[in-house]
Design a protein around this ligand. Structure first.
Ligand code: GLU
Length: 476
């Protein structure tokens, strides 16, 4: 058996949103499962479309997700260089071989001439094909004109590891450009040379290349190469399930998700599930489970659905699954500024209370700020509260005074607080939704918080009583 070698071959022309990195996840899984190699190759042959920094961005994104590659532009490898713009001599060599074998020719036509051919075909209602206009005596190819493949039109049948059996007639085959007049190869040519040179066994890529596969098969033949396993992944559709996912659908850049504190475990789990499942109801997969269970044969053919709420749900599941200490070590960059002086011990206590509710780590400031700083009394919290707004200020004051008196005697342990809070319910005859909301608002200045007794225990006696007093002063 050949050593499995897969690749991710992005063009550094923009920022990778989560959908764009899915082919990398699939290729990485196929390689890891077979103890093979995963290669990063940058396809930077379209100099006009290149955006500065996007090559680094690709590498950073892969690393952030833990998709470590075995060979690549920044780490080298036996088939270096891994940037196509640095491999031009290799493409020229192969282009020469094709010219010498009579399988490539310099394109002699001007744009206007090609346009005339096109119109001619249109008028005659037949598809325009370059191969119907092959020059009789092409000029020697000196690099100033594009080099075209001299195709050998024929029907093809081939197997796609995801789509299954596919076929196309000879009309799908044409004389496409191998090398452009700027000296750079086209994707159509360069990827075939590189996949062969780098001994890649699988080509896993998007649907946009499927129509060109017959041309590629024709070129493999002309070059004497054995085609790799081809696998076409389905489109990722936006939330409406109709059009291809784009940034406008809120599909963010992988690094944006990392900056928002989504865990790499959850991101990989989510991305792998865009068009793949293992045939069971299981939704949460660890990295190792994905490696063990992934198979191209189970990638669905139809479009995959992108739903960011699902990602949030998964991230929450992953956050809850982390041991507290591990979660604490991952939250370093996410605490509110006000937590500056707080000890790890205190943060650990706070974290234990919000771990249940966190969907991503960047929510931490919003959920925990009040644990670190006394926030100003916000009258809206009472004025707009469903139950509390019905009570006159005198009653609110009465309730708060009673709560303060009862809590002042507490040792602020959870059992004691729980007992006293229940006692207050009985004494006041109020429902928890009224009484506990009032105490919660007074002590946190937030409309939601973890369990009241837990929250008060972490805040401690001093802070809790001072805040009750502040709220009372505000009511007067
Ligand atoms: N450079 C191509 C792209 O970014 C890669 C396609 C492939 O994987 O071969 O779309």
């Amino acid at each position: 058996m050949k050593q499995v070698r897969t690749r991710f071959a992005p063009s550094p022309t923009g920022f990778l949103h989560v959908g764009g990195i899915r082919t990398a996840v699939f290729a990485w899984l196929v390689a890891r499962q077979a103890n093979g190699q995963f290669i990063l190759r940058l396809e930077d042959t379209d100099k006009k479309r290149e955006t500065p920094g996007s090559d680094q961005h690709v590498m950073d994104s892969l690393k952030a997700l833990g998709l470590e590659y075995d060979e690549g532009p920044d780490i080298g490898g036996p088939h270096a260089p891994y940037r196509q713009s640095e491999r031009l001599p290799l493409y020229k060599d192969w282009a020469r071989k094709l010219v010498d074998a009579g399988r490539a020719y310099g394109d002699p036509y001007t744009t206007a001439e090609v346009q005339a051919f096109r119109e001619e075909a249109q008028a005659a209602k037949r598809p325009f094909l370059y191969r119907n206009h092959r020059p009789e005596n092409p000029p020697a190819w000196d690099g100033s004109k594009p080099l075209r493949f001299k195709s050998d039109p024929k029907p093809y049948k081939w197997h796609d590891a995801i789509l299954g059996g596919l076929s196309a007639g000879p009309e799908a085959i044409d004389d496409f450009i191998l090398i452009k007049s700027d000296g750079y190869p086209t994707y159509n040519f360069a990827h075939i040379i590189d996949d062969n040179d780098m001994q890649l066994t699988h080509v896993i890529r998007g649907q946009e290349f499927t129509a060109s596969v017959p041309n590629y098969l024709n070129l493999y033949e002309a070059l004497g190469f054995t085609p790799p396993i081809l696998a076409t992944v389905p489109h990722i559709l936006g939330p409406d399930g109709k059009h291809k996912l784009s940034k406008r659908d809120g599909a963010k850049d992988v690094l944006d998700y990392i900056r928002d504190g989504f865990l790499p475990e959850a991101l990989i789990n989510f991305i792998a599930g865009l068009g793949w499942n293992d045939g069971t109801e299981q939704e949460i997969f660890s990295r190792q489970e994905l490696i063990d269970k992934f198979s191209l044969g189970r990638v669905q053919r139809g479009g995959a659905h992108f739903d960011e709420r699902r990602l949030m749900w998964m991230d929450g599941v992953w956050i809850r699954s982390l041991p507290l200490e591990e979660l604490l070590s991952r939250t370093k960059a996410f605490w509110p500024a006000e937590a500056g002086e707080a000890t790890d011990g205190y943060k650990r206590q706070v974290l234990a209370l919000v771990q249940e509710r966190l969907k991503y780590l960047a929510e931490l400031p919003e959920l925990t700020r009040f644990f670190f700083v006394d926030l100003p009394v916000d009258p809206k919290l009472i004025d707009e509260h469903k139950q509390l707004k019905k009570l006159p200020a005198s009653r609110l004051k009465e309730l708060l005074e009673q709560a303060r008196a009862t809590l002042a005697d507490s040792d602020f342990s959870i059992p004691d607080l729980t007992g006293r809070l229940n006692q207050l319910l009985q004494e006041t005859g109020e429902k928890p939704a009224t009484l506990f909301s009032l105490i919660r608002i007074a002590t946190t200045q937030a409309s939601a918080s973890p369990g009241l007794a837990d929250t008060l225990a972490v805040l401690g006696r001093n802070r809790s009583l001072v805040r009750l007093d502040q709220q009372l002063a505000n009511l007067r």
